[in-house]
Design a protein around this ligand. Sequence first.
Ligand code: SF4
Length: 331
Amino acid sequence: MDASLLKDEGLLGTPGSEAEALAVLRAPDEQFPAIFAAAWSLRARYHGRRVQVQVLSNAKSGLCSEDCHYCSQSCVSQAAIERYPLQTRDNLLREARAARDLQARRFCMGLSGRTLTDGEVDSLADTVRAIKAETGIALCCSLGFLSSAQATRLRAAGLDRVNHNLNTSERYYPSICTTHTYAERMANLAVCRAAGLEVCSGGIVGQGETDEDVVSMLWALRDIQPQSIPINFLIPAAGTPFATMDTGLTPMRCLRVLALARLIHPEPDIRIAGGREVHLRSLQPMALFLANSIFVNGYLTEGGQPQDEALRMIADLGFELEVEGAAQADR
Ligand code: SF4
């Protein structure tokens, strides 16, 4: 590892270039404890021992026009998933209540599809208003590409944040999707930000990308300055183009990616997202020394760790649930 990385009172600091970040990702195994400790020091500085728990709802499933190769809901997927239009306000309100009751920091709704009709935006805005009025829980939606007017309408209804991932590097993007471009995703993030929405943007590793692609994606996120960065670990789903993908993911590889994400992004929330249970396996608790946020009770089309197990893991670590308002109060 380059000695110039040693900063910050003797601890490894934020890499100053993509080359330094690549050196961290590729550092020899014997150097990983120092990298882990440095990433933990940054996590502790900005997030203490707090963990955010989030609940994800698949609010509209399948029938998408896009061909994202990792996604069970794409137009080229043969995966055996449920396919349904936007759920009703009452259904989503019920799920949001359950998320609030387990002290989730945020309720996230994923809507499949490239774009939403104005009718869907009206319906979603109505749902957002109802959830906010009754639960007050923070809300994030994954919505595809929004017009400026749609983003403004949803912000006015009370939507706090939009998730729109870079997913991989600009170079590798055509290998994971051919129906839209990395540049379009960047432009959509700008539209959401301009409407006053917070931004959640991260990626998926294990899609056949190189180390340089992982670094490039994490580096590009510096310009976006997302409030939260989800890191997904590919689950090669049957029926998708990536069904036979050799992800190359080991638990230690996942920890290295999370450590690098924290070193490049000391302050944003880093969320371990899809694939946590499959790829981190027994090292899931260690990952919470790097990331400060997880999903419980599963993902859009995949199951996941039940909430009781996740809460026990957090308690066993001596960590605490972050509830609304705590993050700013004791920083
Ligand atoms: S990731 Fe989103 S846009 Fe891509 S295929 Fe899946 S639902 Fe469609």
